[in-house]
Ligand binder design. Structure first.
Ligand SMILES: [Zn+2]
Length: 164
């Protein structure tokens, strides 16, 4: 499992905080973290404990999101609706869970925090996800099989992995 951040979030505070949370997730939970920089808005990213690469929103959309069955199942909408609103790609600021084969299995569809997006936004917001994972990955996901969790399970309902 890898966590990928499509940088840079358009709000500077979100971007800086995402970098700190990813570092914490790497250090505290030994999860591989990486950055695919699709829109460079702020300065160079240094001292990051994972790969940082430059790419474009178009490449990310074609490679990671479009026609991705696993992703459509977990986000419950079409990638064209989630990331291509009125024809324009909106990917920067989102985070993705990537499996060992390199497939994106889940991705946020709202950069930033759920606050202000209405009652159903919680599970879709990038910053809320990173904060939950930094606290404990099993708040949101089974690190053994990448099944999404509600946070109150003791065992993964998909693979039976014991959640700490
Ligand atoms: Zn599992």
């Amino acid at each position: 499992m890898k966590l990928r951040y499509y940088a840079d979030a358009d709000v500077r505070g979100w971007h800086d905080h995402a970098l700190r949370l990813l570092e914490r997730i790497h250090d505290d939970h030994a999860i591989t973290v990486e950055i695919h920089r699709v829109e460079e808005r702020y300065g160079p990213i240094t001292d990051f404990p994972g790969d940082v690469r430059q790419t474009t929103p178009e490449d990310v959309y074609e490679r990671d999101l479009k026609n991705n069955r696993a992703l459509i199942d977990t986000i419950d909408q079409r990638p064209s609706e989630a990331y291509k609103r009125s024809g324009k790609l909106t990917i920067a600021g989102n985070v993705a869970v990537v499996d060992d084969a390199g497939t994106v299995r889940w991705a946020s569809t709202l950069p930033g925090y759920a606050d202000g997006y209405g009652p159903d936004a919680g599970p879709h917001a990038a910053m809320d996800f990173l904060e939950d994972i930094a606290q404990s990955p099993s708040n949101r996901i089974c690190i053994a099989c990448l099944h999404l969790l509600d946070g109150d399970e003791r065992f993964c309902p998909n693979c039976g992995h014991e959640l700490l």
